[in-house]
Design a protein around this ligand. Structure first.
Ligand code: ZN
Length: 229
């Protein structure tokens, strides 16, 4: 397991845009907010450099595709994969503001999520997001820690659903990410995914961020890494 993370510039250098595909540049230009556009471009260019370094090719030569969604079979929101060069390496990218994290593993399914810790009104959350155990955990911690604990649960859930390749239709309340455990084995089955249990771990991040990683429970338990962002 290799993990790279970083913080994008608020204005992309010309080199960054040259690294992107035509489709990525189109998406960069479609953002109404220039800051969001810059962070999108920076993260995608850095993820390309990271993966190209692993594969020994030029970042601009990488091509990506998407598997069908493991939930509905839809083409637009399944798990991304590297289509060129042909490789066994799997990857997952997550961004929050200028920050990004990319995890890559050879022959191992991976999902990663990164979120900014922020104040939240948890009383307004849809009840279906949390399992009973997660709800009890959250309301058992001091009030001032509750939003951060919720976001930690959320990144774990997102890491699992990204690894399984299901879109937003995942029943999040059915995925209990065991927030009291350091590295829980989490059960989550999506109709189109061959794995149904996952090792989930929190990644070390800079203060104010929260990040989690999920791999199939059949993967080597030593594949945990720190996220130095
Ligand atoms: Zn779907």
């Amino acid at each position: 397991m290799l993990i790279r993370s970083g913080c994008s510039d608020d204005r992309p250098e010309p080199e960054v845009l040259k690294t992107l595909s035509a489709g990525e540049r189109e998406r960069f230009q479609s953002f109404p907010d220039p800051l969001r556009a810059a962070h999108f471009a920076g993260a995608h260019a850095e993820a390309r450099r990271f993966l190209a370094g692993i594969l020994g090719c030029h970042p601009a030569r990488l091509r990506f595709g998407r598997h069908p969604c493991a939930g509905c079979g839809g083409a637009g929101h399944g798990r991304p994969y590297l289509s060129r060069p042909r490789t066994r390496w799997e990857f997952s990218l997550s961004r929050s503001g200028p920050y990004w994290v990319c995890a890559a593993a050879e022959g191992i399914r991976v999902g990663v999520d990164l979120e900014r810790v922020r104040p939240m009104d948890l009383s307004r959350l849809p009840s279906a997001i949390l399992s009973g155990g997660e709800r009890r955990h959250l309301y058992g911690v001091p009030g001032e820690s509750r939003a951060a604990e919720f976001i930690r649960c959320w990144t774990r859930k997102e890491a699992v659903v990204k690894a399984s390749g299901i879109g937003i239709e995942a029943a999040l309340g059915d995925i209990d990410v065991g927030p009291a455990q350091t590295r829980p084995r989490v059960t989550h089955k999506a109709p189109g995914c061959e794995f149904d249990t996952w090792w989930v771990s929190d990644l070390n991040t800079r203060s104010g961020l929260c990040s989690a990683l999920a791999v199939p429970s059949s993967a080597d338990r030593s594949s945990q890494e720190d996220c130095p962002c």
